[in-house]
Design a protein around this ligand. Structure first.
Ligand SMILES: Cc1ncc(COP(=O)(O)O)c(C=O)c1O
Ligand SMILES: N[C@@H](CCCC[NH3+])C(=O)O
Length: 384
């Protein structure tokens, strides 16, 4: 929710820019950290959601670990002071260079996504005279009931080791001299809004953990990934219900005394703490449609173009005025999918009006693209 004071502050600032509410970020992080502490859960923040250094610094200061998907993310986490012993590294396509550099950084573990990758990590660790800690990312074939483009835990998805490849995995682990098995990892998708899905995940995690232990392995780490969604329709609700989320795992996950439960939350921690601020360049009143053309586009927030994702859009210059007309809210990019909303009811809008596109903290600034030779939009932070 933007106050008159915020709008005054924005008056002379060139758009577009991302605006981060650092107080809300702190509150969200504290809510998650204290809910997780109730059960001694370990939370690794998924850097892919937002690797803005100011945001990352706040997350590191709260003691979260880091979940990375490239050596660039591992290095960013290390540079910003995340402890190597709290960094995990997933990804279906880790290159040899990335594996070598992560071995040198002595990260907590690789979340391994194929039998072939296990062999490669073993060979690279051997040539460095090291032992690599590994967890097996299992694809549990659990439906996350989210947009199909952000589902990751079904048989048809590229992620993780499928159940039918697990015997080969066990053999590879037994043969490998330079691997230390630490546990099992899962991540079934993003923007999951039904807790029932996590309950189903717990059932599968229990089965796979028992299966590995039956084969003679000690499963020390149960990493259940991330995926907790946020309410894009209600950005002012702001802080996700972390307590209910962790409660599901507390109730349905079978955890032995020597086991640790790890999470990899991204969106839930940072999604609501930023908005994309943009001004109206032109209003086109057509016969069939009215268009509001903003100075921000899919290059600054790609989610609507990628997934037809909903983001709440507010005309801050006309706050308190009743909706008068329907507009398609579009950007300046040379693509027809460069559209933030269709047929949106807004107060009568004019050139120069300031717009806020809410819930842009996760997969917003990090997905920015230089398409059309656009300059990167800067970030602005709340004053506290
Ligand atoms: C392996 C892994 N862990 C964690 C996350 C974070 O997901 P989310 O931002 O939905 O919490 C992702 C992204 O989907 C992921 O691929
Ligand atoms: N980029 C996606 C999430 C992908 C999560 C990574 N596997 C989104 O904005 O919703």
């Amino acid at each position: 929710m933007f106050t008159g004071k915020d709008i005054e502050r924005f008056a002379n600032i060139e758009t577009p820019f991302y605006y981060y509410d650092l107080t809300l970020l702190q509150q969200t992080l504290s809510a998650c950290a204290s809910a997780a502490a109730m059960y001694n859960y370990h939370v690794h923040y998924a850097l892919k959601a937002n690797f803005n250094p100011v945001v990352l610094n706040a997350i590191k200061e709260k003691g979260f670990g880091a979940d990375c998907v490239s050596i660039g993310e591992v290095q960013r986490a290390v540079e910003l002071g995340f402890r190597a012993g709290k960094i995990v590294f997933a990804g279906v396509g880790k290159s040899d260079r990335e594996i070598n550099q992560a071995l040198d950084a002595d990260i907590f573990c690789f979340n391994v996504e194929s039998v072939q990758e296990l062999g490669i990590i073993n060979d690279l660790a051997a040539s460095r005279g090291k032992k690599a800690r590994v967890a097996i990312r299992i694809n549990p074939n659990v439906d996350a009931h989210t947009h199909h483009n952000i589902t990751t835990g079904l048989d048809e998805n590229k992620f993780g080791v499928n159940s039918w490849d697990l015997p080969a995995c066990v053999q590879a682990l037994k043969d490998a001299e330079n691997l230390e098995f630490v546990g099992i990892h899962f991540h079934i998708g993003s923007q999951i809004t039904s807790l029932e899905v996590f309950r189903n995940l717990c059932t599968r995690v229990n089965e796979f953990a028992a299966w590995f232990e039956d084969k003679g392995f000690v499963v020390r780490v149960l990493n259940v990934g991330g995926g907790l969604g946020i309410d894009y329709h209600n950005p002012d609700a702001q802080i996700p219900d972390f307590s209910s989320y962790f409660q599901v795992f507390n109730e349905f996950l079978e955890v032995k005394s020597y086991q640790e439960v790890h999470f990899e939350l991204g969106r839930a921690l940072v999604g609501q703490c930023a908005s994309l601020l943009s001004r109206v360049l032109y209003v086109k009143n057509g016969k069939k449609k009215n268009f509001v053309v903003l100075d921000a586009g899919m290059t600054e927030l790609m989610r609507p173009a990628l997934y037809q994702a909903y983001h709440q859009i507010e005309n801050l210059s006309k706050a308190g005025k009743a909706a008068a007309l329907r507009y398609d809210v579009v950007g300046p990019i040379c693509e027809s999918t460069d559209c933030f909303a269709k047929e949106l009811e807004l107060p009568e809008t004019a050139r120069g009006d300031l717009f806020a596109i809410r819930s842009a903290g996760a997969y917003g600034e990090v997905l920015a693209s230089g398409y059309n030779l656009r300059e990167r939009a800067p970030a602005l932070y709340s004053e506290s």
